[in-house]
Design a protein around this ligand. Structure first.
Ligand SMILES: Cc1cc2nc3c(=O)[nH]c(=O)nc-3n(C[C@H](O)[C@H](O)[C@H](O)COP(=O)(O)OP(=O)(O)OC[C@H]3O[C@@H](n4cnc5c(N)ncnc54)[C@H](O)[C@@H]3O)c2cc1C
Length: 321
């Protein structure tokens, strides 16, 4: 069994800032990361991430945060799969399953995309991607994902992705939005749909994705004020790619702690501690839709209180011996 003061699950912006503060407070820190340090920042090549007085791309910020990580913070590549009530975390790594016991655990596991299965869309052929999958394939792997695309969802992510696809030579047939107005901020609407002539179809949704094995058409219908399909308004759009950009949900790896019914994330107090004593949470795992500046601050608070608790317990253990 490996022992540490603070164990951090997820090495995105919130987990890295948590590790930074906890380590500088004198705690031993382990980060478990199933993919790359920096998390979702790695797939964001657009400018708009505030850090100190500067604004940079997500990838730049991921590098900056990873470089700032104190050398004595251990990073274990693996996936945390369970946490017990006495904070023993089971981690699957390429060299087998490890158990790590920590005085404090920080959940900084980020968020996950709303998927086609969560929507009322019939069919899920090849060529249907969540926004995160598409961004990852295009921006990180350099893979071309299709020739004719439709983006479902007009939030900032949908807009940025529609522009990115266009720049990659994909013909974006439309952005479809169920509300009467786009959800993205006015600047993003102008810089994406207007500058690149991408049609925006509002008060509409996608009900069917057809094709075998690859998508070749989708059915778009108008919706009423309750977002219910209006009969006889079906329209076919031929495309080989459908991007689901309908938001993200906090990814709570271990739902032992109480969840917030509104955000779907961990319920935390002002020390970022969850209802499970010694388990802290921060970043998108608590609430999505905030800028990275706020996420970093929250990670720092979680790191501060997680390390204070761990060091206090360690001292008490020593005195008891
Ligand atoms: C498309 C997009 C564009 C954005 N644009 C902006 C912007 O312009 N400006 C801005 O300020 N903010 C922006 N944001 C928001 C900001 O990037 C995020 O809020 C922030 O990066 C989230 O950090 P995080 O650490 O909470 O989560 P993440 O970055 O998601 O990190 C979570 C990490 O946990 C790991 N993980 C999950 N489960 C496990 C497990 N069981 N075991 C081990 N590891 C695990 C994941 O691999 C991941 O690396 C954007 C977000 C998105 C998605």
């Amino acid at each position: 069994m490996i022992k540490t003061d603070v164990l951090i699950i997820g090495g995105g912006a919130s987990g890295l800032s948590s590790a930074f503060v906890a380590s500088n407070n004198g705690a031993s820190v382990i980060i478990i990361e199933s993919d790359s340090l920096g998390g979702v920042l790695n797939q964001c090549i657009h400018n708009g991430f505030e850090y100190g007085d500067a604004t940079m791309t997500g990838t730049e910020l991921a590098c900056k945060l990873a470089q700032k990580l104190p050398k004595n913070v251990e990073v274990i590549k693996g996936t945390a799969v369970s946490v017990s009530s006495d904070r023993i975390v089971e981690v699957v790594t390429t060299s087998g399953v490890k158990e790590i016991k920590a005085h404090s655990v920080v959940l900084s596991s980020g968020a996950t995309d709303v998927s086609v299965e969560m929507l009322q869309i019939n069919g899920n052929p090849l060529g249907v991607y969540t926004a995160g999958e598409a961004q990852r394939l295009i921006n990180r792997e350099g893979i071309s994902i299709g020739k004719k695309a439709v983006v479902l969802g007009s939030g900032d992510v949908g807009m940025i992705l529609a522009r990115r696809l266009t720049l990659e030579g994909v013909k974006v047939e439309a952005i479809i939005e169920r509300k009467q107005q786009p959800s993205a901020n006015a600047e993003n609407v102008a810089r994406c749909t207007e500058d690149f002539n991408i049609p925006l179809i509002t008060s509409s949704t996608v009900t069917q994705a057809k094709g075998a094995p690859r998508l070749n058409e989708i059915t778009v219908v108008s919706v009423d004020e309750f977002y219910q399909p209006v009969p006889n308004t079906d329209k076919i759009i031929r495309c080989d790619t459908l991007i689901i950009a309908c938001g993200r949900r906090p990814y709570v790896v271990f739902p032992n702690a109480k969840l917030d019914h509104i955000t779907g994330g961990c319920l935390v107090n002002d020390r970022q501690e969850t209802s499970q004593r010694g388990v802290f949470a921060c970043g998108d795992a608590v609430k999505i839709g905030r800028g990275v500046k706020e996420v970093i601050k929250e990670g720092e608070v979680a790191g501060k209180y997680a390390s204070m608790r761990a060091l206090t317990l360690k001292l008490a253990d020593r005195e008891a011996k």
